[in-house]
Structure formats: structure tokens, C-alpha cells
Design a protein around this ligand. Structure first.
Ligand SMILES: [Cu+2]
Length: 330
């Protein structure tokens, strides 16, 4: 099996939809983005409505059809688990139904083998995937976001049929996508009027230099421009991305570094390790692409990290501090 094929295989780790257990875990709506911010965002975006995506349990609520061009997504996590979403563009003529028919059965068999310890046989099973599966493109999405928080990510989308997926795992190892976090969305040829946004902060991500933040962000609402200088497949088959995480101690950072590998039996499960607050980011994009995310930064310790195995060893875990304001100096 070609490595590029394994890359695609791993990313869509998805498609195992069986049943939708829509457990409503709503408990709080301490959103990081206020209504005023929302209105401002709407104005800035040329009156294009930001697209609201909501998870109340293991689900996505979102419009079935959206415009192409620059689009801002507000992802409200009203569930009790940490999630993210990634957009996967299907080849022309393919739909979620085709995935259910031709891809899901392969994934079910492969993941059963992997979960029972037969990694090699499981990976071999993926060779049965149809050719079109390997033409699916992974085109960004919102980074990991904690329960009760709202992620805001701006992407430039081309028309086509997409899947939207979260593949964080349940405590028993089942992917969230298999519990209902996999939906289809159509991006229409008609474009939004939104211009590419401007950002206060720039992050460059590359295999050579890792995640490079060009300066320490200010406190409050901050937008980050994320430039993907290159892209590649890591051992967990996925490419690099950027997630913003608030943490307390070095111990928490170590736990974060270990947690980010979905292929490890005990990692990438919700609930997440303690003292970590996930605040969004930008999912995998191809080399040369740019996307944006916005977060509100209170004083504290922050990490920017990629969802790949041992990101720290690849310069894909970088930290910064937002200092408490010195009241005496004001
Ligand atoms: Cu999830």
C-alpha cells in the first residue's frame, strides 16, 4: 500500500457510521465569542452570515448547503466532550451514501482488526478501499474545542460535496464519527462577498521549522493567520494542523503531547487530560494554503500544537504566555 494511500485512509478514519446516539450533554454556553463579536464579524465579512455549526452530543447541526469563497465558521461545542471538525472534499459525483456503501464496510473490518491488536492485518484491509477514496481532499476545519466553548475558523472553500467529521475517540476507542459526527455538506458555485480577513498574528507551519508564531499575541480577541508552508503524512497517517490549548503546568503539556496520537490505543479520547482547555485552530490544509482562526486570550499559559504523534519532538508544540495585567501600571 502506498504511503499516500495510507495517509488518506487514516484521515478519514471515519465513515464508520452505524447509529446516531444523540445524547444531549448541553450544560453551559460560556462562549468565547460574544454576540457583539458575532455582529462585528458579520459586518467585516461583507454581510455574509458566519456559518454556525453546533454539537449538542455526538452530532453536527449545520446548513446542508453553503456558499463557496471565504467563509467563517462558528463552531459551538454545547456537548460534554471535546471535538473538532475537518472538511473532506469528495471527488465529483460522490456522496455520503457512496461512502456508506463502499467505504464504511472496509473501515468496520479494518478497525475491528486494529482494535483487537492486528495492526498489520488491519492496515492491509484498507487496500480494499475503492480508488475514488484516495481522491478525497482534506481542506481545513476548526481545531479541537472544549465543552462549552466556541471555535471560530475562516476558510476559503471551493464548490463541491464535502464530508464534515470529528474522529476524537470514545473511552472504548470508537470514533465520534461512528457515533454520528459525520455529515455531508454541499458548497455551492455561488461565492460569498467576504474578503480574505486580516489578522493580528501569523503562524507559519512546516515540516522543517514546525509551528512558528511570529510574535507573542496580545490579550483579548485575537485573530491568527495560519500559513501551511508544506504538508506531509505522519505515522498516524494525518497531516499537521494547528490547535490552541490553554494549560497550567509542564506536566499538562507532557500529557497533551502524548494525547495527540489517535493511533495510540489510550490517546485522543474524550474526556481529555485534565487542565487542558482547547480553544480551536485550523485543521489540515494542503501546502501553500492559508486559513484563519480567532480566540479570546485571557492571562495564562498557551500552547500551539499539531495533532500528530509526539509533536514536541518535531517543533510542532510551541508555547506563549499572556501575562496578568499589572494594575499598578494602568
Ligand atoms: Cu468529536
Amino acid at each position: 500500500m502506498k504511503f499516500s494511500k495510507i495517509l488518506q485512509t487514516g484521515i478519514i478514519i471515519s465513515s464508520l457510521i452505524f447509529s446516531v446516539g444523540c445524547k444531549d450533554n448541553s450544560h453551559k454556553t460560556a462562549e468565547t465569542i460574544s454576540l457583539n463579536d458575532y455582529k462585528k464579524e458579520k459586518k467585516e465579512s461583507g454581510n455574509a452570515e458566519p456559518i454556525t455549526v453546533i454539537s449538542r452530543g455526538m452530532n453536527f447541526e449545520l446548513p446542508k448547503k453553503i456558499k463557496s469563497g471565504w467563509q467563517t465558521f462558528r463552531y459551538e461545542n454545547r456537548s460534554g466532550d471535546t471535538h473538532f471538525f475537518i472538511l473532506e472534499k469528495l471527488p465529483p459525483g460522490k456522496s455520503l451514501q457512496d461512502s456508506e456503501k463502499e467505504i464504511i464496510p472496509v473501515f468496520v473490518d479494518a478497525m475491528n482488526l486494529i482494535n483487537s491488536g492486528n495492526m498489520e492485518q488491519g492496515l492491509k484491509k484498507f487496500e480494499e478501499l475503492p480508488e475514488w477514496f484516495f481522491n478525497i481532499k482534506f481542506l481545513g476545519g476548526a481545531g479541537l474545542i472544549s465543552p462549552g466553548e466556541t471555535a471560530q475558523t475562516t476558510l476559503n472553500l471551493s464548490p463541491g460535496n464535502y464530508l464534515i467529521e470529528c474522529y476524537v475517540k470514545m473511552p472504548d476507542g470508537t470514533f465520534h464519527s461512528a457515533m454520528g459526527m459525520l455529515e455531508e455538506i454541499e458548497v455551492l458555485p455561488v461565492k460569498t462577498k467576504m474578503q480574505e480577513p486580516k489578522a493580528e498574528n501569523t503562524i507559519n507551519i512546516s515540516t522543517e521549522n514546525g509551528i512558528v508564531l511570529t510574535r507573542t499575541p496580545a490579550s483579548g480577541k485575537q485573530r491568527f493567520q495560519v500559513n501551511f508552508l508544506d504538508q506531509k503524512a505522519y505515522e498516524n497517517f494525518v497531516g499537521h494542523d494547528v490547535n490552541l490549548v490553554r494549560y497550567k503546568s509542564e506536566k499538562d503539556l507532557k500529557a497533551l503531547n502524548e494525547w495527540l496520537n489517535w493511533l495510540a490505543v489510550d490517546s485522543f479520547k474524550s474526556p481529555t487530560p485534565e487542565n487542558l482547555e482547547f480553544l480551536g485552530g485550523v485543521q489540515d490544509l494542503p501546502a501553500g494554503e492559508t486559513a484563519y482562526f480567532t480566540a479570546t486570550l485571557a492571562p495564562g499559559n498557551y500552547a500551539l500544537v499539531a495533532e500528530i504523534p509526539d509533536p514536541a519532538s518535531r517543533k510542532m508544540l510551541t508555547t506563549f504566555v499572556i501575562e496578568e495585567k499589572d494594575l499598578a501600571s494602568e
